[in-house]
Design a protein around this ligand. Structure first.
Ligand SMILES: Nc1ncnc2c1ncn2[C@@H]1O[C@H](COP(=O)(O)OP(=O)(O)O)[C@@H](O)[C@H]1O
Ligand SMILES: [Mg+2]
Length: 243
């Protein structure tokens, strides 16, 4: 039987009168990589923010390990094991790398594990170890993305949600980020990945959803969607290759 770690059931999300997400249902199985892809403005970030408790749903249900989490505050969502690396990273740029990492360990569950967690972060990201006393704002875009992921890992998430982790990075860092996602998944962290690099995202995803103007337009395995002529035409063809 499928083992659903996260189930989003029929959610509507509105900003004032404007509806951004329409009756969306997705499920994320334990220890898998699930990709959420689609054009700009499709509602991907909104969906992650809703799961995180930042933008509550107007209708629908969200279950994590079988429990309803739709009414939890953002910090409570982190406490139960869901970490979110937001679009644009949101680091504390005037704090050092080390200080940013330590802030990630604020859930009570994670605090006693801090020393081990730091070791894990530095072994995943040796670059950060060399720069641990440097201000986060002085890092390159790729290094900042690694720090943002490292900070999220400090909370020991069961589910890691990544919003556009490869956006704006040089090709070498894009490759590093996708390899890292597979490495983390091999360490049994479940991943919900939002990406505009649809080709790469579908290649590593076990399961994927295509969001279109706030609704699920398609879903299937990463391979199925990669092979789908409609996905190829709309999202992977020449028109998209430069974006
Ligand atoms: N804070 C906000 N206030 C009002 N509308 C918003 C806000 N954030 C996003 N939207 C709108 O919601 C829709 C979905 O946006 P978003 O979730 O950011 O899409 P994506 O991440 O797929 O690009 C868009 O039409 C966007 O303009
Ligand atoms: Mg977005």
């Amino acid at each position: 039987m499928e083992n659903h770690l996260l189930e989003v059931k029929g959610i509507d999300v509105l900003y004032g009168d404007v509806q951004a997400v329409w009756d969306v249902s997705i499920h994320v199985e334990e220890e898998k990589i699930v990709a959420l892809v689609g054009a700009n403005g499709a509602g991907k970030t909104t969906l992650l923010k809703t799961i995180s408790g930042i933008t509550p749903a107007k209708k629908g249900e969200i279950l994590f390990q079988g429990n309803s989490i739709a009414k939890l505050k953002p910090q409570e969502v982190v406490d139960i094991g869901i970490s979110h690396v937001p679009e644009g990273r949101r680091l504390f740029s005037s704090l050092t790398v080390l200080e940013n990492l330590k802030l990630g360990a604020y859930p009570s569950r994670a605090r006693p594990l801090m020393a081990n967690s730091l070791e894990r972060a530095f072994s995943l990201f040796p670059l950060l170890k060399n720069r641990k006393d440097q201000k986060a704002g002085s890092l390159s875009g790729g290094e900042q993305q690694m720090l943002a992921i490292g900070r999220a890992l400090m909370a020991h998430p069961v589910l890691l949600m990544l919003d556009e982790p490869s956006l704006g990075l040089s090709p070498i860092f894009v490759r590093t980020i996708f390899e890292l996602i597979s490495t983390l998944n091999a360490q049994k962290i479940t991943i919900l990945l939002v990406e505009q690099n649809i080709n790469q995202a579908l290649k590593i995803a076990h399961q994927a959803y295509v969001l279109k103007t706030g609704k699920i337009a398609m879903n299937g395995s990463g391979d199925e969607l990669l092979a789908d002529p409609e996905v190829q035409r709309a999202y992977i063809g020449k028109r998209w290759s430069k974006s």
